[in-house]
Design a protein around this ligand. Structure first.
Ligand code: MGD
Ligand code: MGD
Ligand code: SF4
Ligand code: MO
Length: 750
């Protein structure tokens, strides 16, 4: 019998430790999924420092999704109107290599694009950077983190001089004021929320503030819920700063010694008196004052944020104005305090370390810094000038590049853009025009497969060995403990093989992922995200370890308390930041509001987000019975006032239109959503329901600095649809209208 395996959860950025047990256990019936396949069982790993044995429903059920609907063999077709046929790896790879060479010759390197994912392991990310940014000479590698964490990245870089969340989960138990903004932690980062909730329950003096236009499960637990109008966070932060200043809660010593730019900032916050802020945000003045008082009186303020901040056309400004509050009161670099971005995906952090966005390079370097480029060129043994000095295309710019025919080859891996990109009808039309799309995924069908010329089967979590870094900078090794199905291969192996076939043998000689990690770790030496002391071997022996972890440090079991792991728990404990002069930067921003504010024609603000059980586009969770029972159908949350005006009752089918498209959802009438705002989950693409795509409605307007699109808000109108509930349910389950997609995939409909 195979032994159990310790690993890390492949879903969210909390990064819980899991222990996987073989399907057959002595004295027990074999564990099976709903189709009768034997599957591994999961329990929490009590020795993991981040989660200490806890798991949520997603982690607990993940193995039930591993056997169903897998893509097992490479498949190919000439045009999107043909059927896929199975081909050998050799044929598939030769076709890709030829195509890369032709496009490179005729259109130049910048006509090649790869769109990757925070669900890559660090090894996958690293090899993709080496191939695209190094050997092919284009920075056109971007990841779905562009839709997720890029505002946090640019906020950290601009305020502190480099990326990197400065806090750790222990801070959840050491804070006396938790400020949660734009995060539904209870549903999206449940184990982080549990740790905070326990501490909050036990200690009455600890305050919890939640800022969210919806009364989420997270907001239910708060001492104070500020249900602000969508897009008014900067007004709120500047308004709190105004009061902190007025009431003398500023830490002048910290401001003088450790920061720069306070006077310009002080000028800006003068313009945010409570009356104005209360009006703009749509909250009571005494609630605003209460929030400022909680912040000011606390010894240690910890703020947590996620997509309500990042997915905004002023995302970087939101992040930086939140960080301003920490700089103003000196709430950073000490236990229980700091600005803490909750990472969405399991390894978006590793992606940032490996340079996995179109403007960055491995080791928290940036493409527009000549020294950074030179360091990487030298390390990769490439001639000077090989790496381009300007950033590559962002995810959305790749879509635009398909529209203008500037993109000649698009390689998509570990993401499902035909569902998750903004303005999905435009995205789909662009994908349809693509001269050549390679799609590398673990499952078939997915919505994006309908737009691919070549499908490459990817080995996923549990079928390949690699590392992932969670929000608190802890790196865990996820070992291989099952065989991949059919001919599926690890992403990094596929990229390396293409590299060798393109003639770059020397750069891609890796025999296994441990060697890949070894090279990656070396490239981070002396950088803020120094992982040079980490390796697969050491992670296997000592358990999960937190960076920075320089090579000269001794090794210890996780959790062992020494001087060394006390110093790397938090960043900036010496109050010196990664800017040239060591000072953090205040940012003086006025709020600009939503990119597409509501008006007479489209009078409501639509916001989008997640549910506890489902993961994104459902490629895994849509195949797990326990979860589909938990969330069987999509819906739209409408406030009773708005519902009444439109004559909409509970479960009525509602048609939602924006300037870009239409979708339909059954109504869920609830006071949990602010009036004039509606909410739909993002989880239902065309395979799971008909016309229930959140992104049929959203727009791609992005933050000018992070280039992250405003997926959290667009203007919509609502209309009651009069069809029978049976027809509605049928169409929502995808039994009727998703036909076109099924045809494109060559599937007969059920
Ligand atoms: N169950 C589950 N968990 C997940 C995921 C999943 O798919 N399912 N995905 C993971 C990933 S990749 C991510 S990025 C995270 C996302 O985690 P979260 O960001 O917590 O999740 P969302 O539901 O996208 O959005 C959070 C909240 O932002 C609020 N919001 C909307 N507009 C505004 C605004 O203008 N201001 C403020 N302050 N709030 C606003 C919404 O009402 C919503 O409740 O979750 C991760 N965890
Ligand atoms: N309206 C709206 N849209 C959104 C958001 C929102 O809040 N609102 N959130 C945005 C955010 S934050 C995110 S992160 C994105 C997420 O959007 P996507 O990245 O499109 O969502 P997933 O369903 O997680 O897609 C991951 C794919 O990778 C595959 N996969 C899993 N493991 C592996 C592997 O090891 N290798 C390979 N090759 N494939 C693998 C899965 O089968 C799946 O098809 O959505 C964005 N879109
Ligand atoms: S909280 Fe996140 S990492 Fe932990 S088990 Fe749930 S999905 Fe996995
Ligand atoms: Mo995300």
């Amino acid at each position: 019998m195979t032994d159990s395996a310790k690993t890390v959860c492949p879903y969210c950025g909390v990064g819980c430790g899991l222990e996987a047990l073989p399907p057959a256990q002595p004295g027990k019936a074999v564990h099976r999924d709903s189709q009768g396949n034997p599957v591994w069982q999961i329990r929490g790993d009590r020795t993991h420092p981040s989660s200490m044995g806890k798991v949520c429903v997603k982690g607990a059920t993940v193995t039930e999704s591993l056997e169903k609907d897998r893509l097992k063999y490479p498949m190919m077709r000439k045009s999107l109107d043909d059927e896929f046929r199975r081909v050998s790896w050799d044929q598939a790879l030769e076709t890709i290599v030829n195509r890369i060479q032709i496009v490179h010759k005729n259109q130049g390197a910048d006509a090649l694009c790869m769109y990757g994912s925070g669900q890559f392991q660090t090894e996958d990310y690293y090899i993709a950077q080496k191939l695209f940014k190094g050997h092919l000479g284009t920075n056109n590698f971007d990841a779905n983190s562009r839709l997720c964490m890029s505002s946090a990245v640019s906020g950290y870089i601009q305020s502190f001089g480099s990326d990197g969340p400065p806090c750790c989960y222990e801070d959840l138990e050491l804070t006396d004021c938790a400020f949660l903004v734009g995060t539904n932690t209870a549903e999206c980062h449940p184990i982080v929320f549990n740790r905070l909730r326990q501490h909050h329950k036990k200690n009455r003096q600890v305050k919890m503030i939640v800022v969210d236009p919806r009364r989420t499960q997270t907001a239910e637990a708060a001492d104070l819920h500020l249900a602000i109008n969508p897009g008014t966070d900067i007004d709120l932060f500047n308004g709190i700063a105004h009061l902190l200043m007025l009431w003398g809660y500023t830490n002048m010593f910290f401001i003088d010694e450790c920061t720069k730019g306070f006077s310009d900032y002080a000028e800006v916050i003068c313009h945010y008196p409570p009356e104005l802020v209360s009006r703009k945000c749509g909250i009571r003045i005494d609630h605003l004052e209460q929030a400022a008082r909680y912040w000011g009186e606390a010894q240690n303020v910890l703020s947590l944020w996620s997509m309500g901040i990042n997915q905004s056309s002023e995302g970087t400004a939101k992040v930086r104005t939140l960080i301003n509050l920490h700089l103003m009161t000196g709430d950073i670099g000490k236990p229980g305090a700091g600005p803490f971005s909750l990472t969405g995906q399991p390894n978006a952090m590793g992606g940032r370390e490996a340079g996995g966005l179109s403007h960055i390079l491995p080791g928290y370097r940036v493409v527009n810094n000549p020294q950074h480029r030179a360091e990487i060129e030298q390390f990769w043994d490439l001639p000077p000038g090989s790496i381009q000095p300007q950033r590559g295309r962002t995810a959305w710019e790749m879509i635009e590049g398909l529209e203008t025919s500037e993109v000649g080859l698009l390689w998509i891996a570990a993401t499902n853009p035909a569902v998750s990109m903004p303005d999905i009808k435009r995205t789909q039309a662009a994908l349809r025009r693509s001269p050549f799309t390679v799609y590398q995924d673990a499952y078939y069908p997915t919505e994006t497969a309908a737009y691919a010329h070549i499908l490459l089967p990817a080995a996923q979590w549990s079928e390949k060995a690699g590392t992932m870094t969670n929000s608190e900078r802890i790196v865990t090794l996820a070992p291989k403990f099952r065989d991949p199905p059919g001919e599926a291969r690890a992403d990094w192996e596929i990229f390396a093989e293409v590299g060798r076939r393109l003639g770059f043998e020397k750069g891609f000689k890796f025999k296994n992922s441990a060697q890949v990690y070894e090279e990656f770790a070396r490239i981070t030496t002396g950088r803020p995200c120094d992982c040079s002391g980490l390796s697969h071997e050491r992670l296997r022996t000592y358990g999960p370890l937190q960076w920075p972890y320089p090579d000269h440090w001794p090794y210890l079991e996780a959790g062992e308390e020494t001087e060394q792991n006390r110093t790397n728990k938090r960043l900036y404990t010496d109050f010196r930041f990664n800017t040239p002069d060591g000072r953090a930067r205040f940012a003086a921003y006025h709020s600009r509001g939503l990119a597409e504010p509501p008006d007479e024609a489209y009078p409501l603000v639509l916001t989008t987000g997640r549910l506890y059980g489902h993961w994104h586009t459902q490629t895994r969770t849509g195949r797990i019975e326990k979860i589909t029972k938990m969330h069987p159908l999509p819906f739209i949350e409408i406030h009773p006032q708005d519902a009444q005006k439109l004559g909409i009752q509970e479960n009525n089918l509602v048609e939602v239109r924006s300037r870009r498209g239409m979708a339909r959802f059954p109504a869920k009438i609830t006071k949990a959503i602010a009036p004039k705002t509606v909410f739909v989950p993002m989880h239902w693409g065309a395979l799971w329901a008909s016309d229930a795509e959140a992104n049929a409605l959203t727009h791609p307007e992005a933050c000018p600095s992070s280039l992250q699109p405003e997926l959290k808000a667009c203007a919509v109108q609502l209309k009651l649809v009069t069809i029978s509930p049976e027809t509605a349910t049928k169409s929502l389950r995808g039994e009727g209208l998703a036909l076109e997609l099924k045809k494109m995939l060559g599937l007969s409909h059920k």
